[in-house]
Design a binder for this molecule. Structure first.
Ligand code: HEC
Length: 132
């Protein structure tokens, strides 16, 4: 096969494997920037989110390790992943993330993620929560 034909073949094969035309989500390029912008202020090693739950965002590994009670990401199932449930507002409102407390809102850190950002997390988890 010439390289052009090979390229065309790969495109077709990739297109088929992503039935439904879902985009392949990247942890490094899509997920981590949202975590850093919207969550890190409370979930680094010195802050309230980490101190209360043990959930740190320092690395892919720490995200997968979850809280002191266990994993918050179940690869392949967003609906079983509390990380997804808290940002998609599918839990009791007290544990929505980011928390919508008056203080957090006043400091500009309690704003909900956009639907598109929530969808990015859903797809990332459904696609296996890869370190990609
Ligand atoms: C204003 C501070 C703050 C921000 C911003 C914040 N969190 Fe949290 N987070 C907390 C606190 C505090 C807890 C502990 C809550 C508790 O245990 O009652 C927590 C707990 C969690 C938990 C554990 C929930 C559980 O199962 O007990 C997850 C998962 C989480 N946060 C994810 C996120 C994500 C994802 C973001 C960004 C979209 C985020 N947080 C942003 C403060 C914050």
């Amino acid at each position: 096969m010439t390289s052009t034909k090979l390229f065309a073949f790969c495109l077709a094969a990739c297109g088929l494997s992503l039935a439904g035309c879902e985009k392949q989500v990247s942890y490094t390029e899509d997920v981590q920037p949202i975590l850093f912008a919207s969550c890190l202020s409370c979930h680094d090693q010195n802050s309230e989110g980490y101190l209360n739950s043990g959930f740190s965002l320092d690395s892919y590994e720490s995200v997968m390790n979850g809280t002191k009670f266990g994993a918050v990401v179940v690869p392949g199932s967003a609906e079983s992943s509390s990380l997804y449930l808290v940002i998609a507002h599918k839990t009791a409102s007290e544990i929505h993330m980011p928390p919508h407390t008056h203080d957090a809102l006043a400091e500009g850190r309690g704003v909900s993620l956009t639907d598109e950002q929530v969808e990015t997390f859903r797809l990332w988890i459904e696609q296996g929560a890869l370190d990609n």
